[in-house]
Design a protein around this ligand. Sequence first.
Ligand code: BG6
Length: 489
Amino acid sequence: MNQFPEGFLWGGATAANQLEGGWKEGGKGPSVSDVAKFTDPKSMKELLDVHGLTDITDEDIKEAMATDDEVYYPKRHGIDFYHHYKEDIKLLAGMGFKVYRMSIAWSRIFPRGDELEPNEEGLKFYDAVFDECLKYNMQPLVTMSHYEPPLAIATEYNGWYNRKVIDFFVHYVDVITKRYASKVKYWLTFNEVDSIIRHPFMTGGLIESRFKKEEFEEVEYQAMHHQFVASALAVKITHENIPDAKVGCMLTKLTYYPYSCKPEDVLEERERMRSIYCYSDTQVFGEYPKYLLTKYKNKGWHIKMTDEDLKIMKAYPVDFISFSYYSSSCVAHDNNGLEMTTGNTVTAIKNPYIPSSDWGWQIDPIGLRISLIDLADRYRKPLFVVENGLGAKDVVEEDGSIHDDYRIDYLKSHIIQMWHAIHDDGVDLMGYTTWAPIDLISNSTNQMSKRYGFIYVDVDDYGHGTYQRSKKKSYDWYKEVIETNGASI
Ligand code: BG6
């Protein structure tokens, strides 16, 4: 294969809530992730039940906050990056990473989210992390919010449903972009902004049981509106504080195929894809697509939006579009009798032509190329694949080696399709960061045994282990891919 374009940003992606640990250290406040409970799905049926991150109630939060337990709340310990960051960044740099996508834990900077003064110790921690990255010429790509509104935002303010949260977030963004102006040039506002619809607590701090069942969907879209305004303001502030910064949106690129060529199935697919694109349409074009407003009208919803909100959204669209891509699935007009499987926080019809991971996510490299073509044609702005990877159970051999050829095969096949998208389809792609270069806690199941890394971390699902890091076979493989700018594939 020929090389990727010069300056292509190779790297890996993580999120603070899934790897940092140190949940009570350095002045950090609790976040919604610190009350996410471990479940141990033993079958596809159980997996289908938990993968959607079921609602968390006030009672669950009370129960969680009454204990310091880290076994059943694994995101509290993560992989203890908080104390291992120097070693971990060195290992990432060892693969020649050009970029490292990570997130700042909002509650490390503002423990409750609503303070006026930031927590200096939290700011210093990220200073040290960024310095360490830059020491190895690795550019940080920073997500401002990745599944971790401070817990008080959820419990005391009703999460993003409350307009005030826009101001709290904007203040947080102003503080971090001023502080790290000389260190961070690449930013993402909300991780998978659309995910508020699928896991309203983790993304939006919404406690579902507090609302009337029949009104909750409207609540989610109201909260989403506040995130759109906050995101546009974040673009504005970041550009003011860092004139050469690039700020992107981030969406879950769920890719669907019609189950058959029946027009009813094709129409179903078209509608499903609109329901995926509506979020990026809003953030890229700076206005709500007509089809989304039509949905609001038909449902009889009154999403409160001021003229000023709409002006802000229009004035500050994103500079680039980033997205996660793991798998594809099918849709049909009638699901009856069709086999269902999981995807990234979704349940969908199984495609008979492609294999699945052990977690039921269907492996479809061509789907990545299709996604890139669609996004490039639709938006005509640079794209960035900021998550792609295989969650698998790794086996440590007696001599300590880990032969994760399945991970190499997965990544290789996706990189090849990316290459075609650039060279054959004319897609403008800035870079590629795999999820996740080092093992960490799974977002959907809170398992540690669902591993994605090139670097193994000796921790099990119950937080037991030495926390020692070791290189898997894929480590040297990815190192060579980066060294040769893709030509080794
Ligand atoms: C992405 C999220 O959707 O999927 C990550 O941004 C998450 O936070 C990743 O970890 C993989 O999902 P999971 O459930 O396997 O961890």
